[in-house]
Design a protein around this ligand. Structure first.
Ligand code: ADP
Length: 471
């Protein structure tokens, strides 16, 4: 089976969050299971682009409104990721340093989608199926079905995976004129509330829709930023499939980014070495339990509640824990998080940046990982944490609910709370600090977390079932 994944991110070529991790891992595991899986992303100017060899495989031209636009497809020469990686370049439009955040993002991703389909139309052996990720590829099912230029692709099946329904790819109606000519009777499929909405369009037009956890799918029918009725209506073709973790990247036995590698038998000494290494470098007390937060500092992650909750916890439990925050995002949250340092010098640090290596060191060195998220489509952090024997403290929401079992239950290994309140976060921290004292139990729980199977093999089979069902 030949599958092409179409996405804005693919680790390690380009990663902003979990989408990058998934698109960097799923095709690798699909290839291992004998599928011919490839990925295409826009040609972002990242370190990976500059440090790898590429071959030009196609040059073409599309019309974007009244303008003719040239594009080039390059392919990573060595298949070093375990699958074929293609990048699509449009001079001045896609060859940018950042993945997102430009005022013309709508146009950029529209051009990416049109050029990708233009390229696929030229192939004598196109893929059997397109696997589309998030709204950046959301107009493709519509274009395949209704744009006359792509009639050659009309039999191509599409699976659309929602990694985050908060970002829907709203576009001004004027951009409709940038699409290749299409059956105008179908215009309504592009729209939601009189605007183009790429995510809604994909849910309507794709052959199958998946979300990155079963619980998130349920939540979308009652809370999806205005698309609730759409999810209710299309529920029959939606499936929740939990993300896996890429054990080739996230494993304390083999992780080259951490100070000391360790396996499940040596989890205690391994974590202590990694914690000491971190605490020495950042001037934190290593004798205290270490709680970390890793993630985008945005409303969705409840990062806005973090400064007040941490201050409260430090005040209630003085000299009882250290905390390390790694993230960037909302500037005022960043400032509030930096400010905490002045009061709690030796037990608090905020590193306001994106740092892949530091994130690995934190998963390995921390005792607890805090994720109070407002919404969490799947959440990978908690699964990485468990793989490194770090106990998750999470809100009972989305994929967190599917993956973390509270300590109060049989075989439980995490700390869960229901309501998004500062006090609930503080209480959850209190539970963590209490549990930390029971050293024997703590080590047992660490071991059992490390043994949980989060590998991609299971999810890969679930995706395969979906591919078979629509082909
Ligand atoms: P989301 O995609 O919503 O940001 P996920 O939990 O699905 O959340 O995935 C987050 C991914 O991004 C994880 O791999 C996490 O380690 C990584 N990450 C987030 N923020 C940072 C950061 N500041 N530095 C390094 N890695 C980060």
């Amino acid at each position: 089976m030949k599958i092409l994944h179409i996405s804005a991110e693919c680790y390690p070529m380009a990663k902003v969050g979990g989408l990058g991790d998934v698109v960097g891992a799923l095709p690798k595991y699909q290839s291992l299971q004998g599928m011919q899986s490839a990925v295409i992303v826009p040609m972002h100017r990242t370190a990976f682009l500059n440090s790898h060899h590429w071959n030009v495989v196609f040059k073409g031209e599309i019309k974007l409104g009244d303008t003719n636009v040239n594009y080039t497809i390059i392919k990573e020469a060595d298949n070093s990721l375990g699958f074929e990686l293609f990048c699509l370049d449009i001079f001045g439009l896609l060859d940018r340093d950042q993945v997102y955040g430009y005022s013309d993002d709508s146009l950029r991703f529209l051009a990416f989608q049109i050029a990708t389909l233009n390229w696929l139309s030229s192939l004598s052996h196109p893929p059997d199926l397109l696997h589309l990720h998030d709204h950046h590829a959301g107009l493709i099912p519509f274009m395949i079905k209704y744009c006359f230029d792509f009639s050659k692709l009309i039999h191509l099946k599409t699976v659309f995976t929602i990694h985050n329904a908060a970002y829907q790819g709203w576009m001004d109606m004027a951009l409709k004129n940038h699409l290749p000519h299409f059956d105008s009777w179908k215009t309504g499929l592009l729209l939601w509330n009189h605007q183009i909405n790429s995510l809604a369009c994909a849910v309507k037009c794709a052959d199958s829709v998946t979300t990155v956890s079963p619980n998130y799918l349920k939540e979308l029918t009652s809370k999806s930023y205005g698309l609730e009725s759409l999810f209710q209506q299309e529920f029959h073709k939606c499936t929740g499939i939990l993300n896996g973790i890429d054990e080739k990247v996230w494993s304390p036995e083999t992780d080259e980014m951490i100070a000391k590698k360790y396996d499940v038998r040596h989890v205690d000494s391994g974590k202590t070495s990694n914690k000491n290494n971190l605490c020495n470098e950042f001037g934190l007390r290593a004798d205290l339990p270490l709680i970390v937060f890793i993630g985008r500092l945005v409303y969705e992650k409840a990062a806005d509640l973090l400064p007040a909750a941490l201050l409260k916890a430090f005040t209630h439990f003085p000299n009882r824990f250290s905390c390390f925050v790694l993230g960037n995002g909302n500037p005022s949250i960043e400032q509030e998080l930096i400010a905490i340092k002045t009061e709690f010098q030796d037990c608090y640090h905020a590193q306001i940046t994106y740092d892949e290596k530091l994130s690995h060191r934190l998963y390995a060195g921390a005792d607890f990982l805090l994720m109070p998220s407002r919404t969490e489509p799947c959440g990978l952090n908690q699964m990485y944490a468990m793989r490194y024997g770090t106990m998750p403290i999470v809100r009972n929401i989305g994929g967190l609910k599917d993956t973390v079992v509270d300590l109060n239950n049989e075989n439980g290994f995490g700390i869960c709370f229901d309501h998004l309140l500062e006090d609930e976060i503080v209480n959850a921290i209190a539970r963590a600090l209490d549990f930390y004292k029971a050293k024997k139990q703590l080590i047992a729980v660490r071991k059992s977390m490390m043994n949980i199977n989060h590998s991609w093999h299971k999810s890969t089979n679930e995706y395969l079932d979906i591919y078979h069902s629509i082909l």
